[in-house]
Design a protein around this ligand. Structure first.
Ligand code: PGA
Length: 255
């Protein structure tokens, strides 16, 4: 049976107030109601997780965290644990987003976070992506290393059905004009599955869902969906504006 499509709204450090967060969430709820094959995951900043879970929502709308700590509890000022976000209603968590890698998260850090997510019953969305797409193809090694470093050592049972978000870092935050083309997206999703197959075997590779993220906007979403060979999207800046509803409608067409 075909798995449902997944569109993740990564709000990053937005919006500024709970009132705005509720308004934004409300528009997602409304748009999600019309979707047949698509689940929508909203990842707000930590303080908004709990209040948003208290609002009514259709069955295809989920709430997740953007980050969790590498430890489960203790003297880690400013950190938020997996148990805590789970306890207030998060069901998913982003792991390995490039903006967190930039502030020092390594493969080891990410493996610990993946393990903790599995331990507490959060579904991780494992993010990978190259900083540049060089002609020599070194980006392939980058992707392979990111996968190896964070996933080798985890129990294989956890990797079945893993959700991987491929996000070319050079396109994150840019306009659709600078986004990756659908053919390259298609090729890279195949590469990601191939790497998963080489390391973990065919069954795990075919069970994985690959999402695409970086510069997805209302203008390019349709082609990405048609030709990108993806199971869903990870949307940053465009998840904060009304065009997100159009993106959701297009994503519902993923076959
Ligand atoms: P963007 O961000 O859609 O603003 O490019 C995607 C992401 O960082 O997850």
């Amino acid at each position: 049976m075909k798995k449902r499509n997944l569109v993740v709204a990564n709000w990053k450090m937005n919006p500024g107030t709970l009132e705005e967060a509720k308004k934004l969430f409300n528009s997602v709820r409304t748009a999600a109601k019309g979707l047949k094959n698509t689940d929508v995951l909203v990842c707000p900043p930590h303080p908004f997780i709990f209040p948003l879970t208290k609002l009514d929502r259709p069955k295809n709308v989920f709430i997740g965290a953007q980050n969790i700590a590498t430890e489960t509890k203790g003297a880690f000022t400013g950190e938020v644990s997996a148990i805590q976000v789970k306890n207030v209603g998060a069901q998913y968590v982003l792991v390995g987003h490039s903006e967190r890698r930039t502030i020092g998260e390594t493969g080891d850090t990410l493996r610990k976070k993946m393990q903790i997510a599995f331990d507490v019953g959060l579904i991780p969305i494992f993010c990978i992506g190259e900083k540049e797409r060089d002609k020599e193809g070194n980006y392939l090694t980058v992707l392979k290393n990111q996968i190896k470093e964070a996933l080798v050592g985890l129990h294989k049972k956890h990797l079945v059905g893993l959700i991987i978000a491929y996000e070319p870092v050079w396109a994150i935050g840019k306009s659709y004009k600078e986004a990756m083309g659908p053919t390259d997206i298609h090729e890279t999703t195949l590469v990601v599955k191939k790497i998963m197959g080489e390391i973990f075997g065919h069954d795990i590779a075919t069970s994985c869902r690959v999402l695409y993220g970086a510069a997805v906007e209302a203008e390019n979403v349709s082609n990405i969906i048609k030709f990108g060979n993806i199971s869903g999207l990870l949307v940053g800046h465009a998840s904060l504006i009304s065009e997100f509803s159009d993106i959701l409608r297009e994503a519902d067409k993923i076959k």
